[in-house]
Design a protein around this ligand. Structure first.
Ligand code: C2O
Ligand code: CU
Length: 487
């Protein structure tokens, strides 16, 4: 198939940028890994757990003595980690101290469309927005980030993102490390490029977006983590705007994958590598022995036989992400479980609607995003099969708001272990068709849309996004809000 790359984006400024990886090499790990603070919550008269998040400008010294202009929530880079339990009513007071409008999207959350924080829920400078919703889904590593029209990449790049961790009884009953920042570690990986004055550079781009030549983990350059237990749980988050990571360890050790985007797997899955495209998460358990060090790395992704040569060949370097340094004496976590969560498989026989989505150029089904157009109308509670095709010789991925889906097929195959649980974002290998099944929630609103899109943020900003509404039986889609309605 012919490929058009030029739609809507300033094209590549560098040939080497066509690929995924370039010059990040072996590094000295000199900085202790920063752990994002836990957000304080208060309980209001209505019994809601209330959080405050304000988007603000600041500067961050990634390198001592060099101040980089950055944005963050309640701080200069990234944001605090929100924690809530299944069944909690939460409210987040979002403030905007930036000079431009923003939104905050709760990525992976099942919630009413009006609370979702997509491009219609603009928070103007100086304004505020207070979405409230009930947590009604399994324990998981979710995250939040801005989602404004055509500016998502820029705002995430500046540093706006944070974690939203969900807990439930099923997860709490398992013998898993869960001491935040001690044996349960957030690992938000992002690539960045700095100019001579220490400012972010974003105009060195490949086909998939800006590709940095240095990695930040939780905003820390060249990080090490002091490990104090014989098993450590890493919550890996691809917080990059474009780059893919194939995570593994420098000595090839295997680890147990225990959770993906939407929560725990049925069973712990031993593996020695896992790919995460932008927006995807994975929780892994890593065994450590006293006194050892091992590096978390990313090896160059194999993009498959349909990837263009430029994409496929780019980047032979293995990236060092962070170093794990085990103490001479480690506390014992004890045996971790093999059986994790009960996930009822969604059944194709229950699906009432099949939809197909083809990603090509910066379009989905030949359409660019239009804020005034509802692309799909879904009935509340319906089970649907969505088939997604990447018709291009370069990587994309696909994220659906408001649901966690299950993967039925990858090409002609059954899904591998890492796609066997709940997902909200999936990597799309060039030329491969993915069959997803999902059951939509009961929240209805014929006027307020949710989004589906490529999570490579340059693509999303260029229009590789569509809108769906969830309606009651027999109800028609309405009209999306024309003005940006904050509530
Ligand atoms: Cu993480 Cu629609 O986004
Ligand atoms: Cu894309």
């Amino acid at each position: 198939a012919a490929v058009t790359l030029a739609v809507g984006l300033t094209a590549c400024t560098s040939d080497t940028g066509a690929g995924v990886i370039d010059t990040v090499g072996t590094i000295d790990f000199v900085n202790p890994l920063a752990i994002p603070p836990l957000a304080e919550a208060t309980v209001n008269a209505a019994g809601e757990r209330v959080f405050d998040l304000t988007a603000e400008e600041g500067t961050t010294e990634f390198t001592p003595g060099v101040a980089t202009d950055t944005w963050g929530y309640n701080g200069s880079y990234l944001g605090p980690t929100l924690v809530a339990k299944r069944g909690d009513d939460v409210r987040i007071n979002v403030g905007n101290d930036l000079d431009e409008a923003t939104t905050v999207h709760w990525h992976g959350m099942n919630l009413p469309a009006e609370m979702d924080g997509g491009p219609h829920q603009t928070v103007e400078p100086g304004a505020s927005w207070s979405p409230n919703f009930t947590i009604d889904q399994p324990a998981a590593t979710l995250w939040y980030h801005p989602h404004p029209t055509e500016k998502t990449e820029h705002q995430v790049e500046m540093g706006l993102a944070g974690l939203f961790l969900l807990q439930d009884d099923e997860e709490s009953a398992l013998n898993l490390p869960r001491s935040y920042g001690v044996d349960d570690i957030p690992v938000v990986v992002q690539d960045r490029r700095f100019d001579d004055n220490g400012q972010f550079v974003t105009d060195v781009r490949g086909y998939i977006g800006p590709i940095g030549d240095q990695l930040l983990v939780n905003g820390t350059l060249a990080p090490y983590l002091d490990v104090t237990s014989d098993v450590v749980r890493l919550r890996l988050v691809n917080g990059s705007t474009a780059r893919l990571y194939d995570f593994g360890f420098s000595d090839g050790r295997s680890f147990d994958l225990i959770a993906t985007d939407g929560g725990l797997l049925r069973e712990a899955a031993p593996m020695d590598g896992i790919r995460l495209s932008p927006g995807e998460r994975a929780e892994i358990l890593v065994k450590m022995t006293p006194g050892e060090t091992v590096k978390l790395q990313s090896t160059p992704p194999d993009l498959g036989t349909s990837a263009s040569a430029a994409t496929r060949n780019a980047g032979d370097d293995t990236l060092d992400v962070m170093e794990l340094r085990a103490a001479d004496a480690l506390s014992s976590i004890g045996a971790t479980p093999t059986t994790l969560a009960n996930i009822v498989p969604l059944d194709k026989a229950d699906a009432t609607t099949d939809r197909s989505f083809t990603l090509n150029g910066y379009t989905i089904n030949n359409r660019l995003m239009d804020m005034t157009r509802i692309d799909e109308t879904v009935e509340a509670g319906a089970t649907e099969v969505w088939t997604v095709d990447n018709a291009m010789p370069l990587p994309h991925n696909f994220h659906v708001h408001a649901v966690q889906f299950q993967v039925l097929r990858v090409g002609t195959e059954s899904p591998p272990a890492e796609l066997s649980g709940w997902k909200d974002t999936i990597y799309l290998e060039p030329g491969v068709r993915y069959e997803l099944i999902m059951q939509f929630a009961e929240y209805t609103d014929p006027n307020f849309p949710y989004m589906f899109h490529c999570h490579m943020l340059a693509h999303e900003d260029a229009g590789m996004m569509g809108q769906f509404v969830v309606v009651g039986p027999g109800e028609q889609a309405g009209t999306p809000p024309t003005a940006h309605d904050a509530i």
